[in-house]
Design a protein around this ligand. Structure first.
Ligand code: PLP
Length: 673
């Protein structure tokens, strides 16, 4: 990679865009990150964000691309069609989308619309989800699978769904649900369609390995499975048992686990037929992975197979077992959620400030006669660092700094000495940073040093709201600057969010092998600098939480048109402060009354003039109705101290933000939250 003659292709490689994007995003020849939802369609993300800012909207924002959801749905279905055609499989594929992955209207409606021609259905895991699913427009033969623990209300809704002509299947997750279903079916006079979830002994791989195996939370064992058959036979209802369901966990990283599980599932399916059930559907559950780090390995953030291989291996395995057992080939279902939705959403985070050990441009006063020995030692180190010894010198300096602080605690080092010592240590880091920067290859053992030297890029977002899996389970998401990808990113950074929680930071980034501690980024100037977090469309929206009362992020639904053009079809404003406060049990009038009472008292006490009183109430009201994230008039980056080492890059050539930020009057496609 050439620093001086850095090309967009180099950026694509550095950020591994082709590896993780599966073709839905690319780096353009102009150094822009582009979405590419279909052949010939492309739009630069930076231009979309600029349009949003021009409309007077605040960031952060989630960009949603319904075309990408549709593309994923088609890809999955076509992959199965192809495999079924190639193997001469006599059944068909008919997936369901588990809406827990993302219940957002735009997502569910995109899946339903694109899936219509494939009879793609939905899966609900709770009463609320089922209520939502029942109201969707699906192909009449599309399946609506009801999983999760069920009470009578849940079962009734599912049965009424059948009366509405929908292909609803109620999955028995634990044995006692069978009686509930039979009872409600009699009460309502509706014949159910029943599925059984089987606890495979096969397990998944990766983070959700525990979802499978004998100790799994859901499912029946072999004995219970046969009791279901007996019970239904007694009731003369064995024909209602139509589906076998299995699920070995999400994000299966290793295709061999899929094959092993599908083999066991198909044997079980054949066993049920042998026991007299007239089965029709074999549901292999979720687990189809997303290659977040692009490494194509069994690493937890990756997967060692493609969608096409997944489909082919399932169809092949089911067919093989069915042939051997001489049973009819079932309709195959998967409940793929993550793989359908992860790619469609991008979180855009503006960088609002930069700090870092090599940026503090303190004066470094030379030690005096009175300075403590430890300070003079640090001065010596600074003097003597070279390209050959900096590793060793760094270790010495780090040890001296520790000693400096210990001595300070004991009263042997003065505040003045401490200040000199710390300034020297930072100067040492700056000098080392310069030497490291000149190295062609940074050896692995220097990575920890790179982490120490890294900048902190402060980004206007909440990790807990927008990337909760990064915090909770260390999930990795590719993060890439939206533009300037024709410039060498000369800085290394970790990211911090704006919550007051020290966990609100990102210090692990995707890498071809394992993870990286820092992200290559550009120096930021006065122009806005935006980072995109990609593949965030699965699970993040709904798992996100309101830490510090940072609320839901604004969303733009973007449609890409020919010729590099796009339209923002819908903009949903992020939650207002008032909504967040009210969600905690307060009411707006209560807040306003309290402030007004205090204002009255302050006026009487003479600490507020009438003019100030008016302004105070105005400002308070404005914030209640405002976005919960930082809203800078400017980019908020006037004071970022330049790093010590001269960067030789060209200044940012980002498009100007329009001065007139007022929202356009009569804009219909805006929704308030
Ligand atoms: C969560 C879940 C899914 C979705 O899994 P993905 O890995 O996101 O495809 C499917 N089925 C069941 C039963 C689930 O619990």
């Amino acid at each position: 990679m050439n620093k001086r003659n850095f090309k967009p292709a180099d950026a694509a490689e550095l950020y591994q865009v082709p590896n993780w994007s599966s073709g839905w995003f690319r780096v353009s020849d102009q150094g822009q990150l582009e979405v590419t939802p279909a052949p010939g369609l492309h739009a630069p993300l930076r231009a979309i964000v600029d349009e949003i800012v021009d409309r007077g909207e605040s960031l952060p924002v989630i960009l949603r691309f319904p075309q990408v959801v549709a593309g994923r749905v088609r890809h999955l279905n076509e992959a199965f069609r192809k495999a079924i055609g190639e193997y001469g499989y006599s059944g068909h594929y008919q997936g369901v989308f588990p809406i827990k992955v993302n219940q957002r209207r735009a997502v569910v409606e995109s899946v339903a619309a694109a899936g219509y021609e494939y009879m793609h259905g939905l899966e609900a895991g709770s009463k609320a989800e089922l209520a939502l699913c029942l109201a969707q427009k699906l192909h009449p033969d599309a399946l609506l699978c009801c999983n999760g623990f069920k009470d009578d209300g849940f079962i009734k809704l599912a049965l009424w769904g059948r009366s509405l002509g929908k292909n609803v299947v109620i999955t028995i997750e634990k044995f006692s649900e069978l009686d509930r279903i039979l009872r409600q079916a009699k009460v309502l006079g509706v014949r159910p369609a029943i599925g059984v979830r089987f606890k495979l002994h096969a397990r998944g791989s990766g983070q959700w390995e525990e979802s499978g195996g004998d100790a799994a939370k859901f499912g029946l064992n072999a004995y219970e499975l046969l009791r279901v058959v007996e019970r239904l036979r007694e009731e003369n209802m064995l024909d209602t048992l139509v589906m076998l369901h299995t699920h070995i966990g999400s994000q299966i990283t290793d295709i061999r686990r899929v094959k092993v599980a599908v083999r066991e599932a198909t044997q079980t399916y054949a066993g049920l037929i042998a026991a007299g059930a007239q089965m029709k559907y074999l549901n292999v559950g979720g687990g189809l992975g997303v290659d977040y780090d692009g490494s194509k390995t069994t690493f937890y953030a990756s997967m060692n197979y493609t969608i096409d291989e997944y489909a082919a291996d399932i169809v092949y395995t089911v067919q093989e077992v069915c042939k051997a057992r001489a049973v009819p080939e079932p309709v195959i279902l998967s409940e793929s959620g993550r793989a359908l939705t992860a790619h469609h959403a991008v979180l855009v985070m503006p960088v609002v400030d930069v700090t870092g050990p090599t940026r503090d441009i303190e004066e470094v006063p030379p030690p005096t006669e009175e300075s403590h020995q430890i300070v003079r030692d640090l001065a010596d180190i600074l003097e003597n660092i070279t390209a050959r010894n900096y590793r060793e010198m760094y270790n010495d300096a780090a040890g001296d700094k520790q000693t400096l602080h210990n001595l300070f605690d004991l009263g042997y080092v003065t505040l003045d000495d401490r200040a000199r010592g710390e300034a020297l240590f930072h100067a040492i880091l700056r000098k080392i940073a310069k030497l490291v920067q000149n190295e062609k290859y940074v050896p692995d053992e220097l990575e920890d040093l790179q982490q120490v030297l890294a900048d902190k890029y402060i980004c206007n977002f909440s990790l807990f709201q927008s990337l909760p899996d990064n915090w909770a389970i260390g999930a990795l998401f590719p993060i890439v600057p939206l533009d300037r990808l024709d410039e060498y990113p000369a800085r290394q950074a970790t990211l911090v969010d704006i919550t007051c929680d020290s966990d609100g930071k990102i210090e692990k980034f995707i890498d071809l092998r394992d993870v990286k501690a820092t992200l290559p980024v550009h120096e930021v100037g006065k122009e806005p600098y935006y980072l995109g977090a990609f593949l965030v469309g699965a699970y993040q929206d709904v798992l996100g939480s309101a830490h510090n009362l940072f609320g839901k992020v604004s969303e733009a639904h973007v449609f890409v048109r020919p010729g590099g053009k796009f339209t923002i079809d819908l903009f949903v404003r992020g939650q207002k402060a008032r909504r967040m406060i009210e969600s905690m049990g307060y009411e707006e009038p209560m807040l306003r009354d309290s402030i007004e009472d205090q204002v009255d008292a302050a006026r009487r006490a003479g600490t507020l003039t009438p003019a100030q009183e008016y302004e105070l109430l105005e400002d308070y009201g404005e914030e209640l109705l405002g976005y919960t994230y930082l809203e800078y008039e400017d980019a908020g980056m006037e004071d970022i101290p330049a790093p010590e080492q001269g960067s030789d890059m060209a200044p940012a050539d980002a498009p100007k933000v329009a001065a007139d930020k007022a929202p356009k009057a009569g804009q219909k496609d805006f929704i308030e939250r």
